[in-house]
Design a protein around this ligand. Structure first.
Ligand SMILES: NC(=O)C1=CN([C@@H]2O[C@H](COP(=O)(O)OP(=O)(O)OC[C@H]3O[C@@H](n4cnc5c(N)ncnc54)[C@H](O)[C@@H]3O)[C@@H](O)[C@H]2O)[C@@H](O)CC1
Length: 470
Protein backbone atom coordinates (compact mmCIF):
# COMPACT_ATOMS: atom_id res chain seq x y z
CA UNK A 1 0.00 0.00 0.00
CA UNK A 2 2.94 2.31 0.70
CA UNK A 3 4.31 1.79 -2.85
CA UNK A 4 0.85 2.21 -4.31
CA UNK A 5 0.18 5.49 -2.50
CA UNK A 6 3.60 6.86 -3.44
CA UNK A 7 2.99 6.07 -7.11
CA UNK A 8 -0.32 7.92 -6.93
CA UNK A 9 1.42 10.90 -5.31
CA UNK A 10 3.94 10.91 -8.19
CA UNK A 11 1.17 11.04 -10.80
CA UNK A 12 -0.73 13.74 -8.90
CA UNK A 13 2.31 15.99 -8.30
CA UNK A 14 2.98 15.91 -12.03
CA UNK A 15 -0.53 17.29 -12.67
CA UNK A 16 -1.34 19.54 -9.71
CA UNK A 17 1.05 22.38 -10.52
CA UNK A 18 0.93 23.72 -6.94
CA UNK A 19 -2.89 23.69 -6.68
CA UNK A 20 -4.87 22.12 -3.82
CA UNK A 21 -5.45 18.38 -3.93
CA UNK A 22 -8.59 16.73 -2.64
CA UNK A 23 -8.33 13.01 -1.94
CA UNK A 24 -11.46 10.88 -1.65
CA UNK A 25 -10.99 7.72 0.42
CA UNK A 26 -13.48 4.85 0.24
CA UNK A 27 -13.93 2.16 2.84
CA UNK A 28 -11.59 -0.46 1.29
CA UNK A 29 -7.88 -0.69 0.49
CA UNK A 30 -8.35 1.79 -2.37
CA UNK A 31 -9.16 4.36 0.32
CA UNK A 32 -6.01 3.34 2.21
CA UNK A 33 -3.96 4.12 -0.92
CA UNK A 34 -5.52 7.60 -0.92
CA UNK A 35 -4.39 8.23 2.69
CA UNK A 36 -0.85 7.12 1.82
CA UNK A 37 -0.84 9.35 -1.27
CA UNK A 38 -2.03 12.30 0.85
CA UNK A 39 0.89 11.82 3.26
CA UNK A 40 3.43 11.70 0.42
CA UNK A 41 1.95 14.81 -1.15
CA UNK A 42 2.14 16.68 2.14
CA UNK A 43 5.80 15.68 2.58
CA UNK A 44 6.44 17.19 -0.85
CA UNK A 45 4.98 20.48 0.38
CA UNK A 46 1.68 20.20 -1.45
CA UNK A 47 -1.66 21.24 0.01
CA UNK A 48 -3.82 18.14 0.47
CA UNK A 49 -7.06 17.30 2.26
CA UNK A 50 -8.91 14.00 2.60
CA UNK A 51 -12.63 13.28 2.66
CA UNK A 52 -13.22 9.71 3.79
CA UNK A 53 -15.94 7.09 4.08
CA UNK A 54 -15.97 5.01 7.27
CA UNK A 55 -13.60 2.04 7.08
CA UNK A 56 -12.83 -1.12 8.98
CA UNK A 57 -10.06 -2.24 6.59
CA UNK A 58 -7.01 -2.60 8.87
CA UNK A 59 -4.48 -1.01 6.48
CA UNK A 60 -6.85 1.83 5.65
CA UNK A 61 -7.47 2.46 9.35
CA UNK A 62 -3.69 2.40 9.95
CA UNK A 63 -2.94 4.83 7.13
CA UNK A 64 -5.73 7.14 8.20
CA UNK A 65 -4.06 7.23 11.64
CA UNK A 66 -0.65 7.95 10.04
CA UNK A 67 -2.16 10.77 8.02
CA UNK A 68 -3.67 12.28 11.18
CA UNK A 69 -0.34 11.81 12.99
CA UNK A 70 1.44 14.09 10.50
CA UNK A 71 -1.25 16.73 10.98
CA UNK A 72 -3.34 15.82 7.92
CA UNK A 73 -6.93 17.01 7.73
CA UNK A 74 -9.74 14.49 7.25
CA UNK A 75 -13.50 14.96 7.26
CA UNK A 76 -16.43 12.65 6.59
CA UNK A 77 -17.23 12.30 2.89
CA UNK A 78 -20.78 13.32 2.00
CA UNK A 79 -22.45 15.61 -0.53
CA UNK A 80 -22.12 18.73 1.64
CA UNK A 81 -18.44 18.30 2.51
CA UNK A 82 -17.64 17.30 -1.06
CA UNK A 83 -19.37 20.39 -2.49
CA UNK A 84 -17.40 22.59 -0.11
CA UNK A 85 -14.01 20.98 -0.72
CA UNK A 86 -14.32 20.80 -4.49
CA UNK A 87 -14.31 24.60 -4.60
CA UNK A 88 -10.78 25.67 -5.43
CA UNK A 89 -9.36 22.14 -5.79
CA UNK A 90 -6.98 21.56 -8.73
CA UNK A 91 -6.94 17.76 -8.68
CA UNK A 92 -9.27 15.17 -7.16
CA UNK A 93 -7.77 11.80 -6.28
CA UNK A 94 -10.38 9.10 -6.65
CA UNK A 95 -9.76 6.42 -4.03
CA UNK A 96 -13.40 5.50 -3.53
CA UNK A 97 -13.57 2.09 -5.20
CA UNK A 98 -10.99 -0.18 -6.76
CA UNK A 99 -11.00 -3.87 -7.58
CA UNK A 100 -13.34 -4.58 -4.66
CA UNK A 101 -16.27 -2.88 -6.42
CA UNK A 102 -19.29 -5.05 -7.13
CA UNK A 103 -21.82 -3.41 -9.50
CA UNK A 104 -24.19 -1.69 -9.42
CA UNK A 105 -22.93 1.47 -7.77
CA UNK A 106 -24.94 2.23 -4.65
CA UNK A 107 -26.95 5.49 -4.92
CA UNK A 108 -25.05 7.23 -2.09
CA UNK A 109 -21.75 6.79 -3.94
CA UNK A 110 -23.30 7.50 -7.33
CA UNK A 111 -24.31 10.93 -6.06
CA UNK A 112 -20.69 11.63 -5.11
CA UNK A 113 -19.18 10.40 -8.40
CA UNK A 114 -21.78 12.50 -10.24
CA UNK A 115 -20.69 15.60 -8.34
CA UNK A 116 -17.01 14.97 -9.12
CA UNK A 117 -17.77 14.34 -12.80
CA UNK A 118 -19.66 17.63 -13.02
CA UNK A 119 -16.81 19.47 -11.23
CA UNK A 120 -14.20 17.91 -13.53
CA UNK A 121 -16.11 19.01 -16.59
CA UNK A 122 -15.93 22.62 -15.42
CA UNK A 123 -12.86 22.92 -13.25
CA UNK A 124 -10.17 20.31 -12.83
CA UNK A 125 -8.58 16.92 -13.20
CA UNK A 126 -9.26 13.53 -11.66
CA UNK A 127 -6.61 10.90 -10.97
CA UNK A 128 -8.12 7.49 -10.20
CA UNK A 129 -6.45 4.86 -8.07
CA UNK A 130 -6.25 1.41 -9.71
CA UNK A 131 -9.50 1.80 -11.70
CA UNK A 132 -11.97 4.71 -11.97
CA UNK A 133 -14.57 4.25 -9.22
CA UNK A 134 -17.63 2.42 -10.45
CA UNK A 135 -15.73 0.58 -13.21
CA UNK A 136 -15.53 -3.16 -12.69
CA UNK A 137 -11.90 -4.17 -13.21
CA UNK A 138 -12.59 -7.00 -15.68
CA UNK A 139 -15.58 -5.57 -17.56
CA UNK A 140 -15.34 -3.36 -20.65
CA UNK A 141 -18.91 -2.08 -20.16
CA UNK A 142 -19.53 1.11 -18.23
CA UNK A 143 -22.11 1.02 -15.47
CA UNK A 144 -24.12 4.16 -14.70
CA UNK A 145 -22.43 6.66 -12.42
CA UNK A 146 -18.77 5.66 -12.99
CA UNK A 147 -16.07 8.26 -12.47
CA UNK A 148 -14.37 9.89 -15.47
CA UNK A 149 -10.63 10.18 -14.89
CA UNK A 150 -7.87 12.09 -16.64
CA UNK A 151 -5.32 9.57 -15.44
CA UNK A 152 -5.38 6.21 -13.70
CA UNK A 153 -2.50 4.73 -11.72
CA UNK A 154 -2.96 0.99 -11.60
CA UNK A 155 -0.97 -1.61 -9.68
CA UNK A 156 0.69 -4.93 -10.43
CA UNK A 157 -0.85 -5.58 -13.85
CA UNK A 158 -3.12 -3.93 -16.34
CA UNK A 159 -6.87 -4.56 -15.85
CA UNK A 160 -9.09 -5.37 -18.86
CA UNK A 161 -11.41 -2.45 -18.09
CA UNK A 162 -8.47 -0.08 -18.58
CA UNK A 163 -7.82 -1.41 -22.08
CA UNK A 164 -11.08 -2.25 -23.81
CA UNK A 165 -14.38 -0.70 -24.74
CA UNK A 166 -16.12 2.28 -23.15
CA UNK A 167 -14.60 1.58 -19.71
CA UNK A 168 -11.11 2.28 -21.10
CA UNK A 169 -12.25 5.75 -22.18
CA UNK A 170 -13.01 6.55 -18.52
CA UNK A 171 -9.47 5.75 -17.40
CA UNK A 172 -7.60 8.54 -19.21
CA UNK A 173 -3.84 8.09 -19.34
CA UNK A 174 -2.95 4.75 -17.69
CA UNK A 175 0.29 3.98 -15.90
CA UNK A 176 1.17 0.69 -14.26
CA UNK A 177 3.01 1.19 -10.98
CA UNK A 178 5.40 -1.56 -9.97
CA UNK A 179 4.97 -2.65 -6.34
CA UNK A 180 7.72 -4.18 -4.19
CA UNK A 181 6.17 -7.61 -4.03
CA UNK A 182 7.38 -11.03 -5.11
CA UNK A 183 7.70 -11.22 -8.94
CA UNK A 184 5.73 -14.48 -8.90
CA UNK A 185 2.88 -12.66 -7.22
CA UNK A 186 2.84 -9.98 -9.93
CA UNK A 187 2.84 -12.64 -12.63
CA UNK A 188 -0.03 -14.40 -10.96
CA UNK A 189 -2.01 -11.18 -10.55
CA UNK A 190 -1.34 -9.84 -14.06
CA UNK A 191 -3.98 -10.97 -16.51
CA UNK A 192 -1.89 -10.01 -19.52
CA UNK A 193 1.46 -8.49 -20.42
CA UNK A 194 1.40 -4.90 -21.73
CA UNK A 195 4.86 -4.60 -23.27
CA UNK A 196 6.59 -1.26 -23.43
CA UNK A 197 8.42 -0.16 -26.56
CA UNK A 198 11.69 -1.01 -24.80
CA UNK A 199 10.49 -4.63 -24.51
CA UNK A 200 9.46 -4.67 -28.17
CA UNK A 201 12.78 -3.11 -29.25
CA UNK A 202 14.65 -6.03 -27.74
CA UNK A 203 12.69 -8.43 -29.97
CA UNK A 204 13.25 -6.76 -33.34
CA UNK A 205 15.98 -8.31 -35.53
CA UNK A 206 19.16 -6.44 -36.38
CA UNK A 207 20.89 -6.82 -39.74
CA UNK A 208 24.54 -7.16 -40.57
CA UNK A 209 26.00 -4.49 -42.85
CA UNK A 210 26.34 -7.01 -45.71
CA UNK A 211 22.66 -8.00 -45.64
CA UNK A 212 21.00 -8.49 -49.04
CA UNK A 213 17.46 -9.05 -50.22
CA UNK A 214 17.85 -12.82 -49.96
CA UNK A 215 18.77 -12.60 -46.28
CA UNK A 216 16.08 -10.08 -45.31
CA UNK A 217 13.16 -12.46 -45.75
CA UNK A 218 11.53 -13.81 -48.91
CA UNK A 219 7.80 -13.75 -48.30
CA UNK A 220 4.68 -14.62 -50.24
CA UNK A 221 1.30 -12.99 -50.04
CA UNK A 222 -1.45 -15.34 -51.22
CA UNK A 223 -4.79 -13.67 -51.79
CA UNK A 224 -7.01 -11.63 -54.07
CA UNK A 225 -10.18 -12.42 -55.97
CA UNK A 226 -12.16 -10.29 -58.44
CA UNK A 227 -13.53 -7.42 -56.34
CA UNK A 228 -10.99 -7.79 -53.53
CA UNK A 229 -7.69 -7.33 -55.33
CA UNK A 230 -6.46 -4.43 -53.18
CA UNK A 231 -6.19 -6.58 -50.04
CA UNK A 232 -3.11 -8.63 -51.06
CA UNK A 233 -1.52 -5.50 -52.57
CA UNK A 234 -1.85 -3.66 -49.25
CA UNK A 235 -0.42 -6.67 -47.42
CA UNK A 236 2.49 -6.63 -49.85
CA UNK A 237 3.27 -2.97 -49.18
CA UNK A 238 2.99 -3.65 -45.43
CA UNK A 239 5.52 -6.46 -45.77
CA UNK A 240 7.96 -4.32 -47.76
CA UNK A 241 7.70 -1.47 -45.26
CA UNK A 242 8.25 -3.89 -42.37
CA UNK A 243 11.56 -4.87 -43.88
CA UNK A 244 10.92 -7.97 -46.04
CA UNK A 245 13.61 -8.39 -48.69
CA UNK A 246 11.49 -9.90 -51.47
CA UNK A 247 7.70 -9.85 -51.57
CA UNK A 248 5.73 -11.85 -54.13
CA UNK A 249 1.96 -11.68 -54.39
CA UNK A 250 0.34 -14.87 -55.70
CA UNK A 251 -3.21 -14.48 -56.95
CA UNK A 252 -5.75 -15.72 -59.48
CA UNK A 253 -6.95 -12.11 -59.86
CA UNK A 254 -5.37 -8.98 -61.36
CA UNK A 255 -3.67 -7.52 -58.28
CA UNK A 256 -2.72 -3.88 -58.81
CA UNK A 257 1.00 -3.19 -58.66
CA UNK A 258 0.51 -0.35 -56.17
CA UNK A 259 4.24 -0.12 -55.67
CA UNK A 260 6.79 -1.17 -58.23
CA UNK A 261 8.85 -3.08 -55.64
CA UNK A 262 6.12 -5.75 -55.36
CA UNK A 263 6.25 -8.82 -57.59
CA UNK A 264 2.85 -10.07 -58.68
CA UNK A 265 2.33 -13.58 -60.07
CA UNK A 266 -1.05 -14.16 -61.62
CA UNK A 267 -2.20 -17.80 -61.78
CA UNK A 268 -5.01 -19.13 -63.99
CA UNK A 269 -6.43 -21.38 -61.23
CA UNK A 270 -5.40 -22.41 -57.72
CA UNK A 271 -5.22 -26.20 -58.06
CA UNK A 272 -2.59 -26.32 -60.84
CA UNK A 273 -0.81 -23.33 -59.33
CA UNK A 274 -0.39 -25.05 -55.98
CA UNK A 275 0.84 -28.23 -57.68
CA UNK A 276 3.55 -26.16 -59.42
CA UNK A 277 4.43 -24.07 -56.36
CA UNK A 278 4.73 -27.17 -54.16
CA UNK A 279 7.90 -28.11 -56.06
CA UNK A 280 9.31 -24.58 -56.31
CA UNK A 281 11.72 -23.12 -53.71
CA UNK A 282 9.63 -22.22 -50.67
CA UNK A 283 9.53 -18.72 -49.16
CA UNK A 284 10.71 -17.96 -45.63
CA UNK A 285 7.12 -17.13 -44.68
CA UNK A 286 3.68 -16.85 -46.25
CA UNK A 287 0.56 -14.78 -45.52
CA UNK A 288 -2.68 -16.21 -46.85
CA UNK A 289 -6.31 -15.17 -47.00
CA UNK A 290 -6.47 -11.42 -47.78
CA UNK A 291 -9.33 -11.11 -50.28
CA UNK A 292 -8.75 -14.74 -51.29
CA UNK A 293 -12.39 -15.64 -51.83
CA UNK A 294 -14.20 -19.00 -51.97
CA UNK A 295 -11.16 -21.25 -52.40
CA UNK A 296 -9.52 -19.94 -49.22
CA UNK A 297 -9.89 -23.14 -47.18
CA UNK A 298 -8.34 -25.46 -49.77
CA UNK A 299 -5.48 -23.06 -50.58
CA UNK A 300 -4.71 -22.43 -46.91
CA UNK A 301 -4.84 -26.12 -46.01
CA UNK A 302 -2.20 -26.81 -48.67
CA UNK A 303 0.05 -23.94 -47.53
CA UNK A 304 -0.23 -24.96 -43.86
CA UNK A 305 0.85 -28.49 -44.80
CA UNK A 306 4.22 -27.03 -45.91
CA UNK A 307 4.87 -26.18 -42.26
CA UNK A 308 6.62 -22.89 -43.02
CA UNK A 309 5.95 -19.78 -40.86
CA UNK A 310 2.53 -18.47 -41.87
CA UNK A 311 -0.02 -15.73 -41.25
CA UNK A 312 -3.64 -16.80 -41.73
CA UNK A 313 -6.02 -13.87 -42.23
CA UNK A 314 -9.41 -12.77 -43.54
CA UNK A 315 -11.14 -15.31 -45.85
CA UNK A 316 -8.80 -18.05 -44.60
CA UNK A 317 -10.07 -17.70 -41.02
CA UNK A 318 -12.59 -20.54 -41.26
CA UNK A 319 -13.63 -23.04 -38.57
CA UNK A 320 -12.78 -25.91 -40.97
CA UNK A 321 -9.08 -25.06 -40.60
CA UNK A 322 -8.98 -25.62 -36.81
CA UNK A 323 -6.48 -28.43 -36.30
CA UNK A 324 -4.72 -27.80 -39.64
CA UNK A 325 -2.17 -25.34 -38.22
CA UNK A 326 1.17 -25.68 -36.46
CA UNK A 327 3.28 -23.75 -33.93
CA UNK A 328 4.60 -21.23 -36.47
CA UNK A 329 1.18 -19.98 -37.59
CA UNK A 330 -0.24 -16.57 -36.61
CA UNK A 331 -4.05 -16.41 -36.93
CA UNK A 332 -5.32 -12.82 -37.15
CA UNK A 333 -9.12 -12.56 -36.69
CA UNK A 334 -10.96 -9.29 -36.12
CA UNK A 335 -14.01 -9.62 -33.81
CA UNK A 336 -16.35 -10.61 -36.71
CA UNK A 337 -13.98 -13.35 -37.88
CA UNK A 338 -13.44 -14.48 -34.28
CA UNK A 339 -17.21 -14.84 -33.91
CA UNK A 340 -17.30 -16.96 -37.09
CA UNK A 341 -14.46 -19.16 -35.80
CA UNK A 342 -16.10 -19.71 -32.41
CA UNK A 343 -19.72 -19.78 -33.60
CA UNK A 344 -20.86 -16.96 -31.31
CA UNK A 345 -22.03 -13.34 -31.57
CA UNK A 346 -19.58 -10.47 -32.17
CA UNK A 347 -20.82 -8.79 -28.98
CA UNK A 348 -19.52 -11.78 -27.00
CA UNK A 349 -16.07 -11.20 -28.53
CA UNK A 350 -15.87 -7.52 -27.65
CA UNK A 351 -17.19 -8.10 -24.11
CA UNK A 352 -14.21 -10.28 -23.16
CA UNK A 353 -11.26 -9.90 -25.58
CA UNK A 354 -8.76 -11.58 -23.23
CA UNK A 355 -10.94 -14.64 -22.62
CA UNK A 356 -11.80 -14.90 -26.32
CA UNK A 357 -8.17 -14.64 -27.41
CA UNK A 358 -7.36 -17.49 -25.02
CA UNK A 359 -10.30 -19.56 -26.33
CA UNK A 360 -9.19 -19.01 -29.95
CA UNK A 361 -5.68 -20.07 -29.05
CA UNK A 362 -7.04 -23.26 -27.45
CA UNK A 363 -8.99 -23.94 -30.65
CA UNK A 364 -6.38 -23.00 -33.27
CA UNK A 365 -2.97 -23.37 -31.59
CA UNK A 366 0.03 -21.40 -32.85
CA UNK A 367 -0.41 -17.71 -32.04
CA UNK A 368 -3.65 -15.73 -32.19
CA UNK A 369 -3.85 -11.99 -32.77
CA UNK A 370 -7.36 -10.85 -31.88
CA UNK A 371 -7.45 -7.49 -33.66
CA UNK A 372 -9.11 -4.49 -32.09
CA UNK A 373 -8.39 -1.29 -30.30
CA UNK A 374 -6.17 -2.63 -28.75
CA UNK A 375 -5.16 -6.00 -30.22
CA UNK A 376 -4.58 -9.03 -28.00
CA UNK A 377 -1.91 -11.66 -28.70
CA UNK A 378 -2.48 -15.14 -27.25
CA UNK A 379 0.31 -17.73 -27.34
CA UNK A 380 1.50 -20.66 -25.29
CA UNK A 381 3.30 -18.28 -22.91
CA UNK A 382 0.23 -16.19 -22.09
CA UNK A 383 -1.54 -13.05 -23.24
CA UNK A 384 -0.11 -9.74 -24.37
CA UNK A 385 -1.96 -6.53 -25.18
CA UNK A 386 -0.57 -3.96 -27.61
CA UNK A 387 -0.12 -0.36 -26.56
CA UNK A 388 -1.22 2.63 -28.57
CA UNK A 389 -2.87 2.89 -31.96
CA UNK A 390 -5.30 5.51 -33.28
CA UNK A 391 -9.09 5.52 -33.75
CA UNK A 392 -8.54 6.48 -37.41
CA UNK A 393 -7.25 2.92 -37.91
CA UNK A 394 -10.86 1.75 -37.96
CA UNK A 395 -10.91 1.54 -41.77
CA UNK A 396 -10.65 -0.98 -44.59
CA UNK A 397 -7.32 -2.55 -45.39
CA UNK A 398 -5.80 -2.01 -41.94
CA UNK A 399 -5.79 -5.76 -41.21
CA UNK A 400 -4.23 -6.52 -44.59
CA UNK A 401 -1.37 -4.17 -43.75
CA UNK A 402 -0.93 -5.90 -40.38
CA UNK A 403 -0.72 -9.29 -42.10
CA UNK A 404 2.05 -7.87 -44.27
CA UNK A 405 3.92 -6.67 -41.18
CA UNK A 406 3.58 -10.03 -39.45
CA UNK A 407 4.73 -12.08 -42.43
CA UNK A 408 7.70 -9.75 -42.90
CA UNK A 409 8.76 -10.27 -39.28
CA UNK A 410 8.35 -14.04 -39.59
CA UNK A 411 10.40 -13.88 -42.78
CA UNK A 412 13.15 -12.06 -40.89
CA UNK A 413 13.46 -14.97 -38.51
CA UNK A 414 11.32 -13.95 -35.56
CA UNK A 415 9.39 -16.62 -33.69
CA UNK A 416 5.62 -16.46 -34.12
CA UNK A 417 4.94 -15.12 -30.59
CA UNK A 418 7.65 -12.44 -30.89
CA UNK A 419 6.55 -11.48 -34.41
CA UNK A 420 2.97 -11.09 -33.21
CA UNK A 421 3.85 -9.02 -30.13
CA UNK A 422 6.23 -6.78 -32.07
CA UNK A 423 4.05 -6.63 -35.20
CA UNK A 424 0.94 -5.33 -33.45
CA UNK A 425 2.97 -2.64 -31.71
CA UNK A 426 4.76 -1.53 -34.92
CA UNK A 427 1.40 -1.38 -36.68
CA UNK A 428 -0.15 0.60 -33.80
CA UNK A 429 2.81 2.99 -33.67
CA UNK A 430 2.61 3.52 -37.43
CA UNK A 431 -1.10 4.26 -36.93
CA UNK A 432 -0.26 6.87 -34.28
CA UNK A 433 2.16 8.56 -36.66
CA UNK A 434 -0.30 8.46 -39.56
CA UNK A 435 -3.08 9.63 -37.23
CA UNK A 436 -1.06 12.68 -36.23
CA UNK A 437 -0.95 13.69 -39.89
CA UNK A 438 -4.34 12.55 -41.16
CA UNK A 439 -6.64 12.12 -38.14
CA UNK A 440 -9.71 10.02 -38.85
CA UNK A 441 -8.94 10.39 -42.56
CA UNK A 442 -5.97 8.06 -42.36
CA UNK A 443 -6.02 5.05 -44.67
CA UNK A 444 -4.14 1.76 -44.60
CA UNK A 445 -1.57 2.97 -47.14
CA UNK A 446 -0.70 5.85 -44.80
CA UNK A 447 -0.05 3.36 -42.02
CA UNK A 448 2.14 1.29 -44.33
CA UNK A 449 4.17 4.40 -45.23
CA UNK A 450 4.80 5.09 -41.52
CA UNK A 451 6.03 1.58 -40.67
CA UNK A 452 9.69 2.42 -41.23
CA UNK A 453 9.42 5.43 -38.92
CA UNK A 454 7.52 3.36 -36.37
CA UNK A 455 10.31 0.77 -36.38
CA UNK A 456 12.84 3.56 -35.75
CA UNK A 457 10.73 4.99 -32.90
CA UNK A 458 10.51 1.59 -31.22
CA UNK A 459 14.18 0.65 -31.50
CA UNK A 460 15.20 4.06 -30.11
CA UNK A 461 13.36 3.21 -26.88
CA UNK A 462 15.21 0.10 -25.85
CA UNK A 463 18.10 -2.33 -26.13
CA UNK A 464 19.03 -3.67 -29.56
CA UNK A 465 17.51 -6.98 -30.61
CA UNK A 466 19.21 -10.18 -31.84
CA UNK A 467 21.31 -10.31 -35.01
CA UNK A 468 19.65 -11.93 -38.00
CA UNK A 469 20.56 -12.95 -41.51
CA UNK A 470 23.63 -15.21 -41.65
N1 LIG B 1 -3.98 -6.43 -4.45
C1 LIG B 1 -3.26 -5.78 -3.52
O1 LIG B 1 -2.64 -6.38 -2.78
C2 LIG B 1 -3.23 -4.28 -3.44
C3 LIG B 1 -4.42 -3.58 -3.48
N2 LIG B 1 -4.47 -2.24 -3.41
C4 LIG B 1 -5.72 -1.49 -3.49
O2 LIG B 1 -6.79 -2.20 -2.96
C5 LIG B 1 -7.91 -2.14 -3.82
C6 LIG B 1 -8.80 -3.29 -3.52
O3 LIG B 1 -9.18 -3.11 -2.19
P1 LIG B 1 -10.51 -3.72 -1.58
O4 LIG B 1 -10.58 -5.15 -1.91
O5 LIG B 1 -10.55 -3.34 -0.16
O6 LIG B 1 -11.67 -3.02 -2.35
P2 LIG B 1 -12.01 -1.52 -2.72
O7 LIG B 1 -11.22 -0.55 -1.96
O8 LIG B 1 -11.97 -1.45 -4.20
O9 LIG B 1 -13.56 -1.42 -2.35
C7 LIG B 1 -14.13 -2.01 -1.24
C8 LIG B 1 -15.16 -1.06 -0.67
O10 LIG B 1 -16.11 -0.71 -1.66
C9 LIG B 1 -17.44 -0.92 -1.19
N3 LIG B 1 -18.26 -1.30 -2.35
C10 LIG B 1 -18.17 -2.42 -3.08
N4 LIG B 1 -19.11 -2.43 -4.05
C11 LIG B 1 -19.80 -1.26 -3.92
C12 LIG B 1 -20.90 -0.70 -4.63
N5 LIG B 1 -21.51 -1.35 -5.63
N6 LIG B 1 -21.36 0.52 -4.28
C13 LIG B 1 -20.77 1.16 -3.25
N7 LIG B 1 -19.75 0.68 -2.52
C14 LIG B 1 -19.26 -0.53 -2.85
C15 LIG B 1 -17.27 -2.00 -0.16
O11 LIG B 1 -18.32 -1.93 0.77
C16 LIG B 1 -15.92 -1.66 0.46
O12 LIG B 1 -16.05 -0.65 1.43
C17 LIG B 1 -7.26 -2.09 -5.19
O13 LIG B 1 -8.10 -1.60 -6.18
C18 LIG B 1 -6.09 -1.17 -4.91
O14 LIG B 1 -6.48 0.18 -4.98
C19 LIG B 1 -3.27 -1.44 -3.19
O15 LIG B 1 -3.26 -1.06 -1.84
C20 LIG B 1 -2.04 -2.13 -3.62
C21 LIG B 1 -1.95 -3.59 -3.23
Amino acid sequence: MEDAGRAVADAVSARAGGGRILLLAGGGANGGDAFVAARHLMVRGMEAAVLARPSTHPLTVLNRRRWRAVGGAVAALGPATLRRELRGAAVVVDGLLGTGFTPPLRPALAELTGMVNAWRHAAGQVVSIDVPSGVHATDAHVPDGAMQADATVTFMGIKPALLFGPAAALAGEVTVAPLSVMPAWIEQEALAAWPTDARVAALLPRRHADAHKGTAGRVWIVGGHPGTTGAPALAGVGALRAGAGLVTVHSTADVPLITAELMVRRHAAWTPALTRLRDAPRPDAVAVGMGLGPEAVAVTRELLSWEIPAVVDADALQPDLAGAGHDRVIWTPHPGEAARLLGCATTEITADPLGIARALHDRLGGVVVLKGGPSVVAHAGGLSVARGGHPGMASAGMGDTLSGVLVALLGQGMTAPDAAVAGVRLHARAGERAGAAHGYGLIASDVAQELGGAWMDVIRSGPAGPWYGR
